[in-house]
Design a binder for this molecule. Structure first.
Ligand code: FES
Length: 184
């Protein structure tokens, strides 16, 4: 009886492939399982690869009322909080920038991250210069490089005025390269 259910397919005079009902359903089940596995793998892969294509949320942050900067005679330190994607987490980073005024009265916002190897640059009022405590790079009040191993000046950040407030878009730059390169 079981032999009657067998479907025989003669490939050649010598080779015979026998497919019975049980093995047919076995193959069908295997194909179904592989399909389901592939379907389930898509969201898992997307989750695993998410950090590779996700970018930090670069947003505009207020750093003070324009009134604060009207009589600026030297760079002033301001704090801001930035939401960033770190792997699979979203984290709040506290950052600091300097607002400085040029001879023409225009404001510039500078990242305090040293373009050499990333230490925090500090304003020294007595010397009228920025100094990096790590390897001694020195910068002018407008961020221009004076001396030390930093390959370029301090990095300026995009800024704008909205409703009387100074807004800044924080960006990270590649360290230790002469040309400015935005990372995120
Ligand atoms: S990190 Fe600033 S001089 Fe090296």
């Amino acid at each position: 009886m079981e032999q009657q259910e067998e479907i025989q397919k003669i490939v050649s005079n010598k080779d015979v492939i026998v497919i019975d009902r049980r093995s047919f359903f076995g193959v069908l089940l295997g194909i179904g399982s592989a399909g389901m596995g592939a379907l389930l793998a898509v969201p898992v892969l997307r989750y695993v690869l998410y950090p590779l294509y996700a970018k930090s949320k670069s947003t505009w942050s207020p750093i003070g009322s324009m009134d604060e900067f009207s009589n600026l005679s030297q760079p002033i330190l301001k704090h801001l909080t930035l939401k960033q994607v770190d792997g699979w987490r979203e984290v709040d980073s506290s950052l600091t920038v300097y607002v400085t005024k040029g001879a023409d009265g225009a404001l510039t916002v500078l990242s305090d991250i040293c373009p050499h190897l990333g230490c925090a640059v500090a304003w020294q009022k007595a010397q009228d210069k920025f100094f990096c405590p790590c390897h001694g790079s020195v910068f002018k009040p407008n961020g221009k490089h004076v001396s030390g191993p930093a390959p370029r000046g301090m990095d300026p950040l995009p800024h704008k005025i909205v409703d009387g407030k100074l807004m800044v878009k924080f960006e990270y730059f590649r360290e230790n390269v002469p040309n400015r390169e935005v990372l995120s």
